[in-house]
Ligand binder design. Structure first.
Ligand code: GLC
Length: 569
């Protein structure tokens, strides 16, 4: 049997992964061996679905026949370290550590259960917000992205049915014919949200979905399809039930999403070209082009699709295209989106107008376009993936979701993951402040705000998407912290949230430089604020849940890169 050992430093970070096994096996890294694991391994094993590593399909595509068998054998060994969801009925779960859970946890479960949406008698999702005081707008719908933390909470609590129903219902919606005016959208587009319509006269229920045709700005949600794939993998991982993912309908759904995002065009970059407002930040905020929020999700979805797709006649071609794209994408992101003190200094000294292959300043970025704040913001140790890179364009803003997903998907190398955590620690006031966590940093103000947002009054400086603080991001931070072996950072953030979230009735977001004010137009009882808190708590209590939302680094993808200033420990 292969051996996998993890060397953990005194401060709890993973120093090295020493292994006598192959790269395939590292894919199934034992997260539960990270520090602060409060309870013994759950040995009640269910067989996981076929975990496939990139190394099984090296560029050149000669899959080595023995690796699948090896994988399966290894999984038999390693699967036992993840704890498939334990069914605890529909009650508030009790602590696994023996300590009474925080009183907020019970309140959160009650609030979460009130948001359940039923379709023909079955739970199919959770409503975005249960705030009765405000105009509903579309907050009475089930949003795909908003449902993800709810789904994880239910999976962690051993209640996978609602997640399965949601995945199947949204899959049906994907097959609708989607039109905006006279233009037909791609087949694979997943809805941003859906709603159950009751006809009291006929006593029937139907679903209606929004693919962007009703959304503000009329933008299709690029992130929905990615979240759908990520959630399908989380469901499979958590339950050990691979039959859902293996259904021909699910396989087709994955392939349709893949053909959308892998389609050929005029691109010269492996990153995905996007319109503004196509993700969690769903209004104009200058995130068009190649936003990190989408690139990180794209990378994670590609990796999950690789694990889920069958290599049958139809799947094989996609698997090959995914592998190629992953290689190119990870190289591009790690090389050009990464910023630390050394990189910043390099850009500061860039020459412009360089032509040909020897150019150092490949995208012709003008050093004069470096914003003032970045020089103070950049710590000596630390770094992050910047917001956007394109021709003569670098958006230096820090985005929370993209950086956390980069860690979870192993788009970030181990060193980069630590550097992101170092930066969060060094810039705690700015990024966490009084309420975790800034959706992006810093805010755009004055003239720039007029130009970039189109004078959007909801996105004034330090509000909403423009430097607002979103409690939902707590689960992503917590997962990333646990993966890097630094759960104490998440613990501090959760403690901060616990001082206010319940008292303030679970706001959607907070405003102000430090996040001290309940957001101007924030909904109360915002479901993902509630679910995000629960997921963060459950993961800290049982870090083996991390396996649902994290993927280990595939060494085949590690490019030969210069070591950077922030990568020394
Ligand atoms: C807002 C958010 C979006 C979220 C929706 C429902 O539009 O920007 O990310 O999905 O509300 O909560």
């Amino acid at each position: 049997m292969s051996k996998l050992s993890v060397d953990v430093t005194q401060n709890g970070s993973v120093k090295s992964i020493d292994t006598s096994c192959t790269v395939d096996e590292i894919e199934e890294f034992d997260f539960s061996r990270l520090p602060d694991r409060p309870r013994p391994l759950n040995m009640e094993r269910q067989r996981s679905f076929d975990e496939r590593s990139l190394s099984e399909l090296p560029i050149g595509f000669s899959p080595h026949p023995s690796s699948r068998a090896e994988n399966t054998r290894l999984l038999d060994h390693l699967d036992c370290v993840f704890s498939p969801g334990r069914r605890s009925g529909f009650n508030t779960p009790r602590s696994q550590t023996g300590f009474e859970p925080h009183p907020m946890v019970a309140e959160a479960w009650d609030a979460l259960r009130r948001t359940l949406v039923y379709f023909r008698g079955q739970p199919v999702g959770t409503i975005a917000a249960l705030d009765s005081s405000d105009e509903k707008l579309n907050y009475d719908q089930v949003f795909v992205r908003d449902f993800v933390p709810s789904a994880l909470a239910f999976l962690m609590n051993g209640e996978p049915e609602i997640v399965k129903n949601f995945l199947l219902k949204t899959l049906r919606l994907q097959s609708w014919e989607k039109k905006i005016d006279r233009f037909q959208l791609g087949e694979g587009v997943m809805p941003a949200s859906f709603k159950v319509l009751h006809d009291p006269v006929r006593n029937t229920e139907t679903l209606i979905a929004d693919f962007g045709e009703s959304a503000i700005g009329r933008v299709a949600p690029v992130d929905s399809g990615f979240w759908w794939i990520i959630l399908l993998r989380a469901y499979t991982k958590s339950t050990g039930d691979s039959s859902l993912a293996e259904m021909p309908e699910c396989q087709k759904g994955i392939r349709l999403i893949m053909s959308l995002c892998l389609s050929e065009g005029f691109d010269t970059f492996p990153t995905l070209l996007c319109a503004d407002g196509c993700c969690m930040i769903d209004r104009r905020m200058g995130v068009y082009g190649y936003p990190i929020e989408i690139q990180a999700l794209f990378f994670m979805a590609l990796r999950c699709a690789l694990l889920l797709l069958k290599q049958d006649a139809e799947g094989k071609e996609f698997v090959e295209r995914i592998v190629k794209r992953l290689h190119a994408l990870s190289f591009h992101m790690r090389s050009y989106f990464w910023l630390d003190l050394k990189q910043l200094n390099g850009i500061y000294r860039y020459k412009t107008e360089e032509y040909s292959h020897t150019a150092v300043n490949k995208f012709n970025v003008m050093p004069d376009s470096l914003p003032e704040w970045i020089f103070d913001f950049m710590p000596t140790h630390g770094g992050y993936f910047i917001g956007n890179v394109g021709p003569s364009k670098m958006d230096f803003r820090w985005f929370c979701l993209g950086n956390c997903i980069a860690i979870l998907s192993s788009l970030a190398t181990l060193e980069q993951s630590h550097a992101i955590m170092d930066l969060i620690e060094s810039r705690w006031e700015e990024l966490v402040g009084d309420m975790p966590l800034k959706v992006c940093y810093p805010a755009i103000e004055s003239h720039e705000w007029r130009i970039v947002t189109g004078c959007d009054p909801k996105n004034t400086r330090w509000s909403y998407h423009n430097g607002g603080s979103w409690p939902v991001l707590l689960w992503l931070l917590t997962a990333a912290c646990i993966k890097v072996g630094r759960p104490q950072i998440a613990r501090h953030a959760i403690e901060l949230a616990e001082t206010r979230l319940l008292k303030d009735n679970w706001p959607e977001y907070y405003d102000g430089k430090l996040g001290r004010y309940i957001g101007k137009q924030a909904r109360k009882f915002q479901t993902w604020s509630i679910a995000g808190y629960l997921v963060a708590k459950m993961m800290l209590e049982d870090p083996s849940h991390l396996g649902m939302v994290a993927l280990e680094e595939d060494k085949q993808m590690t490019p030969l890169m210069r070591r950077s200033a922030s990568w020394t420990f």
